[in-house]
Design a protein around this ligand. Structure first.
Ligand code: DSN
Length: 424
């Protein structure tokens, strides 16, 4: 995509846009929630639909001129229903957080009770953190990951649910490397007569491709982001059975949002079409295979992984055993210097602070989009080891940076004309 027109109007902005494209091309995006959208998704998201107001839903809009907006939203809905097998889908949430807000608004009253995983154990702000609207509006109790095993302790969750008597239990996480047993959480929710919200933001693509158990048809509500492992346009989505459809739709609009971002919904539609192709299943499986290879190689270098491995797209490294004097922040900054962009992360049983935690989280969705295989991910693990082991050694970092450059060139993201490389 060229920014020549922007440059003609606003050179400073064009510099920033081109700078970001170059940054993505010349670094390895390993933030587990990020991916590289296809050229079709980018094009749809920058379409004239950005100009259109379309409050309401297809066939029931408040404004005139919505015939193409209707087509776009219907395509996104049909494809989402096919991808995830949901009875009802709302594709209007502006983000995963907005999707969660839609469910809470539809099903809870202020003061009702949410039971969810602690943010520091891999949960999410929108699951009840005190700084978020959820923590301010609802009564929140939180469960934890077993610090010894790194797994969810479903029996502890049962006990907490009995004690707290929640109105809704939230499963689905931001930094949990293992398969979630949604059926098990559903049984807990039913035992205390609570709703179950499964937030699959991180694993929407893995679930769509069948490489992770699906909560659709199990949990009462399933929310997700549409730009992470599913690699479609940016935003959120809610899925539920038909019995909740009207409540959910009314909670999203007019409850929580105004006009839908129709250009993003167009990006969702085309990305969902891409995800319906057989190649997407191979992509999703490769994401997981790559994360396993990355994790295994890190373990061979002496790193401890939370839960000792992964079933998903991410690994969570606990630096305390292998590098007790190196915080996640130091590791993140040293790795960013050499072109590996991942994030510091708290770990179960955290002994530092959330702003200077003991772990790093690394994901493979974006690398896999670039064409990385297991061997290339092992090379990345080797570079991570060298840098985290020597975060202040400029010679080591220069060598690591050169290796990252070679990988970026071998697995190039953009063609010379700026269009995204087609891998499939
Ligand atoms: N910011 C996302 C993540 O990195 O997990 C979640 O919203």
């Amino acid at each position: 995509m060229s920014y020549d027109t922007v440059r003609g109007v606003d050179p400073a902005l064009a510099d920033a846009l081109e700078g970001e494209r170059d940054r993505q091309e010349h670094t390895l995006a390993m933030i587990a929630s990020e991916n590289h959208a296809s050229e079709a998704v980018l094009e749809a998201q920058s379409s004239e639909l950005t100009n259109k107001y379309a409050e309401g839903y297809p066939g029931e809009r408040y404004y005139a001129g919505c015939e193409y907006a209707d087509d776009v939203e219907e395509l996104a809905i049909e494809r989402a229903e096919e991808l995830w097998g949901a009875e009802h889908v709302n594709v209007q949430p502006h983000s995963g957080t907005q999707a969660n807000m839609g469910v809470y608004l539809a099903m809870l009253d202020p003061g009702d009770k949410i039971l969810s995983l602690e943010l520091e154990h891999g949960g999410h702000l929108s699951h009840g953190h005190p700084a978020n609207f959820t923590g301010k509006t609802y009564e929140v109790e939180q469960y934890e990951i077993d610090a010894e095993t790194g797994y969810i302790d479903y029996e502890a969750l049962d006990s907490l649910a009995d004690e707290f008597d929640p109105d809704i239990i939230v499963s689905g996480y931001s930094a949990y490397p293992r398969e979630v047993d949604f059926q098990r959480v559903q049984e807990t929710a039913e035992s205390v007569d609570a709703y179950h919200l499964a937030d699959i933001a991180h694993i929407t693509g893995l679930v769509a491709a069948g490489v992770h158990e699906s909560p659709v048809g199990v949990a009462d509500f399933v929310t997700g982001s549409t730009h992470k492992t599913i690699r479609a346009g940016r935003g959120g989505i809610i899925m539920c059975d038909e019995e909740y459809a009207d409540d959910i739709d009314a909670a999203v609009f007019p409850g929580a949002q105004g006009g839908p971002l129709m250009h993003n919904i167009a990006g969702k539609a085309v990305g969902f079409k891409e995800a319906l192709q057989p190649e997407f299943e191979q992509y999703a499986q490769q994401v997981v295979d790559n994360a396993k290879a990355l994790g295994q190689r890190l373990q061979n270098h002496g790193f401890s992984l939370v839960s000792e491995g992964t079933d998903t797209h991410l690994v969570l490294v606990d630096l305390r055993d292998s590098h007790p004097d190196t915080s996640g922040t130091v590791a993140e900054e040293a790795l960013e210097e050499v072109g590996i962009v991942l994030n510091k992360n708290t770990v179960p049983g955290e002994t530092r602070s959330p702003f200077n935690p003991s772990g790093i989280r690394a994901g493979t969705p974006a690398l896999t989009t670039r064409g990385f295989d297991e061997e290339a991910c092992e090379q990345v693990a080797d570079i991570i080891y060298e840098v985290v082991d020597n975060p202040d050694d400029e010679d080591v970092k220069a060598e690591a940076s050169a290796k990252v450059d070679e990988l970026c060139e071998e697995f190039s993201l953009y063609e010379g004309d700026g269009s995204i490389t087609d891998y499939e």
